[in-house]
Design a protein around this ligand. Structure first.
Ligand code: CA
Length: 228
């Protein structure tokens, strides 16, 4: 079971987040002070930490430094400070992502999932991905559809390999920018759209007549096996 520690002194927020994450299947521990938080993180060795920056005993940034001294656990910082410089300082101090308060629980759950995926160990290289007639080999960087080799640019290949690795899941353009373009906080979704349309053409399909690449309106894109 994936485990999460939330360090948050506001009981209402702590309990709400704990309840929502528990409903999603996470094992959650709460802590209301920085020192209790550090002890819980060291003792419990969670897969992810959600850290409030305004704690009664220590500043969250100080706690983040202490956490980073002992573990590389992914940390999502929750802060009421929306100043861009504060956010950059926080990320440079070793946070993996941040949430500006007040945040919705849906946003929190999405960020938790995204950070866990991003920080998960890479799938073992050499694993050839095959979805229907589509075959993607990340080692030789060759891809084919129904036995026909695809001539892809490096980015098109990376995009196809990423989507094939998550076949059946809806993937947001923001995730694609983070994972394929390595721009978790920047980049343009237009770039993704353009590469998706190039990829579609090479796969011999179009947005209107899709086989492998399906647009999920307002959410993202999904690669699936075409119906027989
Ligand atoms: Ca607080």
């Amino acid at each position: 079971m994936v485990s999460v520690v939330i360090v948050e002194d506001e009981q209402r927020i702590r309990e709400l987040v704990a309840r929502v994450l528990a409903e999603k299947g996470y094992e959650v521990r709460g802590a209301s002070t920085a020192l209790d938080g550090l002890q819980t993180i060291v003792g419990f060795a969670p897969d992810l930490v959600i850290l409030d920056m305004g704690l009664p005993d220590l500043d969250g940034a100080e706690l983040l430094k202490m956490i980073r001294a002992v573990t590389s656990v992914p940390v999502i910082v929750a802060t009421a400070r929306s100043d861009e410089r504060d956010v950059i300082t926080t990320l440079e101090a070793g946070a993996d992502d941040y949430l500006i308060k007040p945040f919705s629980v849906e946003q929190l759950v999405a960020r938790v999932g995204a950070v866990l995926r991003r920080t998960a160990p890479a799938p073992s290289p050499g694993r050839v991905l095959s979805v229907g007639g589509l075959v993607v080999d990340p080692v030789s960087r060759e891809a084919s559809v129904d036995g026909r080799p695809l001539r892809l640019s490096p980015k098109e290949f990376d995009l196809l390999a990423y989507l094939a690795g998550r076949a059946g899941e809806v993937v947001t353009k923001r995730e694609i920018l983070a994972e394929v373009w390595r721009e978790p906080y920047g980049g343009s979704e237009k770039t993704v759209d353009v590469h998706l349309s190039w990829l579609r053409r090479k796969l011999g399909e179009s947005a209107a007549d899709s086989r492998y690449l399906h647009t999920v309106f307002g959410v993202g894109v999904k690669l699936t096996e075409p119906p027989a």
